[in-house]
Each structure stands twice: as C-alpha cells, then as structure tokens.
Design a protein around this ligand. Structure first.
Ligand SMILES: NC(=O)c1ccc[n+]([C@@H]2O[C@H](COP(=O)([O-])OP(=O)(O)OC[C@H]3O[C@@H](n4cnc5c(N)ncnc54)[C@H](OP(=O)(O)O)[C@@H]3O)[C@@H](O)[C@H]2O)c1
Length: 105
C-alpha cells in the first residue's frame, strides 16, 4: 500500500477479512493514522485480533460479519452498509483494493 494513501486526510475504509493477517494489519495501520475502519470477520469466529483494536481505538472501529462465499450474507452486509460512504474498500479473501471517489455503498 502506498504511504501516500495513509497520509491523506483520514476517511473511512472497509476491510473485508480483518480478523488476522494483512487485513488486520491494514486495519491497525489505518486506525493509527486516524482513519475510521469497518472490518469484517466471519460469524462464529469468536474474539479475534480485530476485537483487541476496539479497545485501543474506541468509536473508530466497527466490526461487521460476512462470509463472501455466502450470497445471503453478502447481500445482508450490503443492506446494513447501505448509504455509508467509504473512501477505500479492500477485500482480503479475494484480494482487491479500490480507492473510491467517496461513493456511497
Ligand atoms: N501474506 C502475504 O504475504 C501475501 C502475499 C501476497 C498476496 N497475499 C494475498 O493477500 C490476501 C490476504 O493474505 P493474508 O496472508 O492476510 O491471508 P490470511 O491470513 O489467510 O487472512 C485472510 C483473511 O480473510 C478472511 N477470509 C477468508 N475467507 C473468507 C471468506 N470466505 N469470507 C470472508 N472472509 C474470509 C480470513 O478470515 P478467517 O480468520 O475467518 O479465516 C482472514 O481475515 C490473500 O488474498 C493472499 O492471497 C498475501
């Protein structure tokens, strides 16, 4: 990831697959830089490393659930986030990162 993105004025990033690995590391780094983060885990994951960040960055991290292989869950997440505006969307299970022009979901 370019450091230029992290150093731009903070916004909101959606990270699918933030329970561990790169997604968790990205969530932590965006939070440290002042961004708001919506990070997803899979249902039934229990407490993940992402939950530890909610204590440190209270109010700026929201945890959502989705399994991208389950169309019903993807549709439900889309509905829950409907109208929200994300500057960046990143998906770890199907790796892709997109810088958005502040488009609503
Ligand atoms: N790590 C590297 O060095 C590296 C290098 C090049 C490319 N990549 C790519 O970068 C991506 C992330 O790598 P990583 O090492 O961070 O992987 P990882 O440690 O396996 O983490 C993957 C994340 O995606 C979640 N996930 C997996 N399947 C999912 C599904 N069906 N629905 C929703 N979430 C799901 C996992 O959740 P759970 O905890 O529930 O499993 C976890 O949060 C991968 O696409 C990988 O191929 C990684």
């Amino acid at each position: 990831m370019s450091t230029n993105v992290l150093n731009t004025p903070s916004g909101t990033v959606l990270i699918v697959g933030a329970s561990r690995g790169l997604g968790h590391a990205m969530a932590a780094e965006f939070l440290r830089k002042g961004w708001n983060v919506v990070g997803t885990i899979r249902k039934g994951s229990g407490r993940t490393k992402l939950h530890d960040l909610t204590d440190e960055f209270e109010g700026r991290l929201e945890i959502e659930t989705v399994d991208i292989c389950e169309p019903d869950q993807v549709a439900a997440l889309r509905d829950r986030l409907s109208g929200r505006v994300f500057d960046i969307c990143s998906s770890m299970p199907a790796l892709a990162t997109t810088r958005l022009k502040r488009s609503p979901m």
